[in-house]
Design a protein around this ligand. Structure first.
Ligand SMILES: Nc1ncnc2c1ncn2[C@@H]1O[C@H](COP(=O)(O)OP(=O)(O)OP(=O)(O)O)[C@@H](O)[C@H]1O
Ligand SMILES: [Mg+2]
Length: 269
């Protein structure tokens, strides 16, 4: 699909994209809630959870909370989890700490990770926070062992706070008996849901404004259709909003209506 629709609406760039800049993130009450809990967990050196539906804005909220940390004081370490083994997790941790290791021994990896965390905390005077996105994908064996990486000086030093984010199955995995040592360290939970109709209108306006458009291009029927079709979830709303703008441009209509949203909805899941 070419970009004539952008020109038709006079949009400076393609709206509703995935690559939103941090300064362009819409400060919703839910985002502030995630940030407050994130800060609380980091202060305590504990574990926090961010759960929510697919495309509800979890990764964006994490990015926002991370960027709010003062660079001179904090070192956030961001990992996108996989369904791999605990060794896979440690390898990712080693990478994000920029450690060069030739050994594949678990014991050596864990020792190096802990030494590096201690070094950053004690020598460099940095506060560390480990953010594990897509944590709901992790195997139960990873949940069973993850708390050991946070234990320093006989578990007396809370040097490695951890934020786990993922779909609601993350909670299910934490209720297993084998996950209890990790679950017992959780001190805060945020859950992101779809926004309400007013929240969706604000979201659509915001994304248009990012592209230099101060006119509301969606009529009330379109806003309702996008809200219903997306369940208030942002990624799906992005697809419906972009698709309906394209449909409206093809229709030579300066305003998007519910019919344009319906056409867009036939293209997505
Ligand atoms: N606060 C926000 N302000 C502006 N845009 C947002 C905001 N939150 C989310 N978005 C938009 O919604 C899209 C989906 O958000 P995000 O990727 O954070 O969801 P997610 O919950 O992490 O999804 P997944 O479950 O697939 O990991 C983003 O690409 C971004 O464009
Ligand atoms: Mg995500």
């Amino acid at each position: 699909m070419n970009n004539t629709w952008q020109a038709f609406f006079g949009l400076g760039k393609e709206p509703f994209g995935a690559d939103i800049r941090t300064i362009d993130i819409l400060k919703t009450p839910e985002l502030t809630d995630v940030q407050n809990r994130f800060d609380y967990v980091v202060r305590l050196g504990a574990v926090g959870l961010v759960t929510g539906e697919v495309g509800s804005g979890k990764s964006t909220a994490l990015r926002y909370a991370m960027e709010k940390l003062h660079v001179a004081e904090y070192r956030p370490l961001y990992i996108t989890a996989s369904s791999g083994s605990i060794m896979e997790f440690y390898r990712q941790f080693v990478d994000v700490l920029d450690i060069h290791l030739s050994s594949n021994s678990k014991a050596i990896m864990v020792r190096r990770i802990k030494n590096e965390v201690m070094n950053l905390v004690r020598e460099k005077r940095l506060k560390i926070v480990l953010i594990v996105d897509e944590a709901s994908l992790m195997r139960l064996e990873v949940f069973a062992e993850l708390h050991t990486i946070c234990q320093f000086d006989k578990d007396s030093k809370p040097w490695l706070p951890m934020i786990l984010s993922g779909q609601s199955t993350l909670i299910d995995k934490l209720t297993y008996r084998s996950s209890q040592p990790l679950a017992s360290r959780v001190v805060a939970k945020s859950h992101l849901e779809g926004v309400d109709l007013a929240g969706m209108e604000a979201y659509l306006k915001h994304h248009l404004a990012i592209c230099g458009m101060d006119r509301m291009l969606f009529d009330p029927t379109a806003i309702t259709a996008i809200h219903q079709g997306s369940g208030g979830l942002f990624r799906k709303a992005n697809h419906l909003a972009r698709g309906s703008l394209i449909a409206a441009a093809q229709d030579q209509s300066a305003i998007v209506n519910a019919e344009h949203v319906r056409i867009a909805s036939t293209e997505i899941f």
